[in-house]
Design a protein around this ligand. Structure first.
Ligand code: F6P
Length: 566
């Protein structure tokens, strides 16, 4: 029995909560186990268990996870679960849902789960039940959506709104953009949503093209209401509106905001009644369930938005209640740790075989890399083990003609999450069958591979001279033994999409518990912001100013010369 707390300190054993993950005996056991598995192939594991697919699958909230094509055994799962327990995963999950200050560096809870909690739930922050606040905001979102869909929100000249320009970036953009793209088949109502995020003037110039100021509503989404990109685009939008003939008084009918900083929003000119709240106990990349999700409501209606919340709630319940060995988010996280820390994978690919999920990788990049891209443990000590890998990806089947070459024959191990619905929304059944076959083929090819001898045999059988076949065979061999997960759902609906997003939120949280890092802060974005501000000021000066280095100074001089007189 390992001692914990005071007794551990007295006896010289550091309590588990301060022992680095890679200093735990459970970690050492996994390292030894990994060495034992070196000669074992995934193919051999299938050969040894006719029911491997069934034994290494999990179901939750309408999703099915097939993790059988990984280099792991039941013993691996037991050892990974032991590591999770040693890292206190069960109590960490309870703390997450309870509103404890799991965001240690900012002293905040992370209660994105409260945004989709049942109406009667009691979740307290500083002693106040915040669920009524969430519910009243949802009621306001529902009412605004109803008004806009009914044409009952007239602009300054009395015409109903037709276009909504959603201005935001990062978590105030990627989630709404991804969900409205994914749920296009559920689009209803008169509104057309456009999104602008980049400070590059080309973006808002493109978005404003063809719009009628009289029938356009601007939604400024920014938790801080200080983000440079969002404020620049919001100012440009306001200038455009006024140049198009809109009046200052009309602004109230054409600008709404979602923010935790109401004073800054009203200072910008948004009417107080048009400000929807956000709270510091929800991180930006975890916020699409809040009023940040208004574009989702505008696009597919409030009822489908509620179904999205319900799907996430279902995954929450599963994550909170399921034992680790059957816990889908925990399994995905433990597989990520297994590949990152024991097989040296430097990146992880997410490849949705679903055109409507084409922006999911970009969304997951922020969710995972802004959460897991840290190298300092919760206690402030440097982590001397790898933490968050690069997350990247792209839609299948396109990727097969772009980056799958590297997945199959590259020098690096890249675990892949394939995501594919069993049934489409479109009527092209044969193309969906071809899509599904392509997805399955990729996972199979990654696992089976093809030896040089097999490649040689195929080449000779195709009629190639033996010398030519011998020359080409090594180039056509596929190493194989490369892992992948396959996530399926019957159909991509608001509910299953909500569950899928919550699945990855909780995967990220579990990774943070194992790696002993805080998945809810993002201090790494501050320095760039500060330097950008200083350089922006410097570029305004004719003679420039003190440069950080000769490269920056040289570039500032080139920029100024190219834009002199503009
Ligand atoms: O990238 C830094 C970040 O703070 C993200 O965490 C956040 O989602 C994004 O910028 C936008 O922030 P805000 O919603 O405050 O404009």
């Amino acid at each position: 029995m390992r001692r914990t707390g005071a007794s551990a300190v007295l006896t010289g054993n550091t309590p588990p909560e301060t022992t680095a993950p890679n200093g735990l005996p459970e970690w050492q056991s996994l390292a030894a186990h990994r060495r034992e598995l070196e000669p074992v192939t995934i193919q051999a594991l299938f050969d040894g268990d006719a029911r491997r697919f069934e034994h290494f699958s999990a179901r939750a909230a309408g999703l099915h996870l097939d993790f059988s094509k990984n280099r792991l055994t039941r013993q691996t799962l037991l050892l990974l679960a032991a590591l999770a327990r040693a890292r206190g995963l069960e109590s960490a999950i309870a703390r997450l849902f309870s509103g404890a200050e799991v965001n240690g560096t900012e002293g905040r809870p992370a209660l994105h789960t409260a945004l989709r909690a049942p109406e009667g739930a009691d979740i307290r922050v500083h002693g106040e039940n915040i669920v009524p606040l969430v519910q009243s905001t949802l009621a306001r979102m529902k009412d605004l959506t109803r008004q806009l869909h009914a044409g009952a929100w007239p602009g300054g000249t009395g015409k109903p709104v037709r276009d909504v320009v959603c201005i935001g970036i990062g978590g105030s953009h990627l989630g709404p953009k991804m969900v409205t793209t994914a749920l296009r088949p559920y689009r209803n109502g008169p509104l057309r949503c456009r999104f602008v995020a980049n400070i590059d003037g080309a973006h808002i110039t493109e978005v404003l093209q063809g719009l009628d100021a009289e029938t356009t509503l601007f939604l400024v989404a920014s938790k801080s209401f200080t983000t440079r990109e969002t404020l620049a685009n919001a100012r440009t939008a306001r200038d455009w509106f006024l140049q198009q003939g809109g009046s200052e008084t009309d602004l109230a009918r054409h600008f709404i905001a979602v923010t935790a900083n109401t004073p800054r929003a009203t200072e910008f000119g948004v009417a107080p009644a048009n400000v929807f709240p956000m709270w510091d106990w929800v991180g930006g990349r975890y916020s699409l369930w809040s009023a940040i999700g208004l574009p989702i409501c505008f696009s597919i209606g409030f009822e489908h938005f509620q179904a999205l919340l319900a799907g996430a709630r279902e995954m929450d319940t599963h994550f909170r209640d399921a034992p680790i060995a059957e816990n889908m988010p925990a399994l995905l996280a433990l597989l990520a740790v297994w590949h990152r820390n024991f097989w040296g994978a430097a990146s992880h690919a997410v490849v949705p075989y679903d055109h409507s999920l084409r922006t999911l990788p970009a969304y997951l990049q922020q969710l995972d890399m802004e959460s897991s891209g840290k190298s300092v443990r919760n206690n402030g000590q440097a982590a001397d083990y790898p933490t968050g890998p690069v997350l990247w990806g792209g839609e299948g089947s396109n990727g097969q003609h772009a980056f799958h070459q590297l997945l199959h024959q590259g020098s690096d191990l890249v675990p892949v999450d394939f995501i594919v619905p069993l049934r489409p929304h479109h009527g092209l059944a044969d193309q969906h069958t071809q899509l599904f076959a392509s997805c399955l083929s990729q996972g199979a090819a990654l696992m089976h591979g093809r030896t040089a001898a097999e490649a040689y045999g195929e080449l000779v059988a195709s009629g190639l001279p033996e010398t030519e076949a011998k020359r080409l065979a090594p180039h056509k061999a596929h190493p194989g033994n490369r892992p992948s997960n396959t996530l399926t759902m019957d159909q991509l609906t608001p509910r299953t999409l909500g569950a899928l997003i919550a699945l990855y939120e909780h995967r990220v949280f579990t990774q943070g518990v194992i790696w002993d890092i805080n998945p809810f802060d993002q201090w790494g974005v501050e320095l760039g912001k500060q330097l950008a501000g200083a350089l922006y000021e410097q570029l305004q000066q004719p003679a420039g100013g003190r440069a950080l280095d000769s490269s920056t100074a040289g570039q500032c001089a080139r920029y100024s010369a190219a834009n002199r007189g503009r």
